[in-house]
Design a protein around this ligand. Sequence first.
Ligand code: ATP
Ligand code: MG
Length: 928
Amino acid sequence: MDPSSRIFGRSAELRRARERLAAAARGDGAVLAVVAEAGIGKTALLEAVVGEARERGWTVLSARGARLEGQLAFGVIVRLLARAARDAGVLEEAPEAARRLLDPRGGTVPDDDPFATLNAVFWVCLALADRGPLLLVVDDAHWADDASLRALAFVRERLDGLPVAVALGLRPGGAPVLGALADDARTERLALAPLGPAEGRRLVAQLAPQATDAQVDAALAATGGHPYYLVALADELAAVPSVAPEAVATLAPDGVVRLVLDRVTAAGEDAVAVARSVAVLGADAEVRHVAAHTGLSADAVTTAADALTAAHVLGPGRPLELAHAIVGAALLADLPAGQRAASHRRAAEVLRAAGAPPARAAQHLLATDPLGDPDVVEALLAGAAAARGPGDRETQVALLERALAEPPGDRRRVEVLTRLGIAERHLMRPGAREHLEAARALTTEPEAQVNLLFELAAVAELEGRMAEAIEWLEAGLARLDSDGADREARAVLAANAAASRLIGLVPVGDAVLTDLDARWADLAPGTPIARLVDAVQATVRGYRPGATVTQVAPYARRALGELVPRELVERPASLGLLPVAATLGLHEEVLDAVDPARTARETGSLWQTLAVTTWRAFAGLQAGRLAEAEAEALAAADGFGDDLPVGRAAAVAILALILVERRGAHAAAEALERLGEGPLAIPPVIQGLMARAARARVANALGDARTARAEAEALRDAMDGAFIEQPVHLPWRRELAIALRLEGDPAALELAVAHHELCVAFGAPAAVADALVVLGETAAADEREGRLREAVELAGTAGVPLVDARARLALGGHLRRSGRPGEAREPLLRALEIALECGALGLRATVQEELEACGVQPASGARDGTRGQLTPSELRTARLAADGLTNREIAQALFVTPKTVETHLRAAFRKLDLKSRRELAGALRQAA
Ligand SMILES: Nc1ncnc2c1ncn2[C@@H]1O[C@H](COP(=O)(O)OP(=O)(O)OP(=O)(O)O)[C@@H](O)[C@H]1O
Ligand SMILES: [Mg+2]
């Protein structure tokens, strides 16, 4: 077996060692010094060198320095040479001094004349080298006794012309004698660094073959590629294969603990306290924090820190930090749980007193035992209040749960419960409702009561219990109005109540809108609350029978300016504006106004981020950016999952509408299956109606007239009951007309006409163009062409490319069927172009079939379409993966769920035809 096959990396070092051995074999004697801190692999490398030497027929003698034997003169030399000298029978002829030193019967007595002993050692080496090249290996030379080192130096001076090599393994910073040997210009010095990522990966893969990429990455990160730690962690990983990547560093096995403690103890008296303090404090441990935490003086801390840095326990910089995460894990593993908790409690106190950010102090309290301490509750509340941004809602939940466990006194209990419930609501966690209700039962304070009503309503809305939401909001509003509370607070509640009615399919009367008008007039224009009221006005008006774009668009434009700024986080009502604005033809404005990454960053609200993602996908569909829209809709549908039927209904509906164009009706139908079965498949809210509309649309596309009719009729009945009308995205007449036409029912025409009239009245050109297509396809033969040409003309200017393509496809199809294939080509070719631009692969295929029926063979280039082409989201994800980020890190960086990352990566792998992450970087470069 190749002896070097057990070590990874180090090929450059091995090559240099080999060259030295070759030189020594030619009589150009050499010293090789492998220098590195503990555990970097000196011994491993020396073993590989020994293996190579033996294969080449060298005699190899080795010995190690031993920590407690430093005082024993010539100890190492004796261990190195005695047995070989005796076995080779060279002692008989050797000088007396050699026998005294090396003959075991003599009991290792060096000659009184030191020079005689050195000479004797050299004599023995010569005698042994007579039989062939000789390699003397002294590992752990930093612990070797000075006499032995002097003897080796003596030999080194006389190596010229001899086939003898000396190889040393040592940690840096040893005794002067050792320095003279190791740092000499003639010495080949191999300074080992930790393993690089590739070698580290291979090492872990060998020891823990089942470890996932994420676990391996975590192990590399925790150890910085330090082989000893890495080997130890990999062994643990092999034993505990299910450990979460975040927890890998904490596996700190016994061996590591011992090594770390050895080093720390060796660094001096205060070092243990300082190292532990740094480990407990975590990031950003300033010297003054450590001093306060340990009770040592700042000077003592600095001195200990220097020693710890020299021992590679701490890094060299300030603030103080551990050299490797695993060092911290080892230090903490050695600390009994009670002491550790106490140390964290003290850390929190120190950090608070030092004015550190509240969140930092609070983090420490998570690791302490509850003691009913009101100060702890205050610190946790302060930490939660300071936490913002993505992931911070999770932090808030953790801190507030801990505060609840402390437990807080009565005075603070309501606040803890309220804040916890709010954070949970944003994360869509089930505990939200329980905590908010508990808070509500405990308070009589009017403002808190109203706030809780508002939050409870938001939870109810999330879960699809609209009646409850409306009741709560209206109760809150009545209360505020009678209290004469401030205008803004009342406007917020009024707006939310109106939006909830609409979403909950409860008729919104004129009085509500007049009321909102009056409240708006009382607010300063352009402020967040005024914009919220505008948003709700646009939303409610956008669904009213008889609404027109001219009436509604001004509200929407005013609101859209700076949608969902941070102040609106707690006010979900504004989001309804987004789909409405898209129906008004303001889809580009919507795309400009919202950005899921920004929402995530500014609100830390998963719910809000998913909602924004959903509506962005809808606007993207209108704008004809299907690849991106598909990815967004998919992310939203995944994110809402099965527990939140309202969000899911909207996301799935939009996904299906996108897929009809992008991948065809079958893919869309498959996506609709995500709605599931049972009563919550179509929740009784506007979002549920969107799902119905999508089902009808997809059924029509599949030619399943029966289903389409049933869905369209159900949609109609629900809309009638709620007194709403929305010809663009809840177009029941359109779908019913198509279904009836498929069934050959003459009533189809009447509906198509009605739908067209409604769209004209509403005034959205794209919807009118689309209605003209339906009308053209339903109308009597002699009217068809006129209608379709009208549709094409209008669609060309309406700014909704897919309607444009559909209109041209319809016209082309009609012309071909009328026996004029030549005239059909022009509109069809344009439709093909648009479909390609939009990434509408399904639509493109239909257009292509039509073109082929007209006798046009599409150019081959047009056929392979987007194979190899990644969507922007896939590209972003793939790039980060190629940079070596784990799925979790990518998810954090892009504010999506890890599941979404997986989906994107899977798509990217498929499109680029790759098998592993490793091939990704190359493939991306090629594709660029
Ligand atoms: N390049 C490598 N490839 C694979 N395993 C390695 C490599 N280097 C070191 N190891 C493993 O890491 C552990 C520590 O290495 P080694 O004992 O050689 O370190 P060292 O530098 O000699 O440490 P010390 O100063 O404590 O003697 C061992 O289990 C060794 O097998
Ligand atoms: Mg070693």
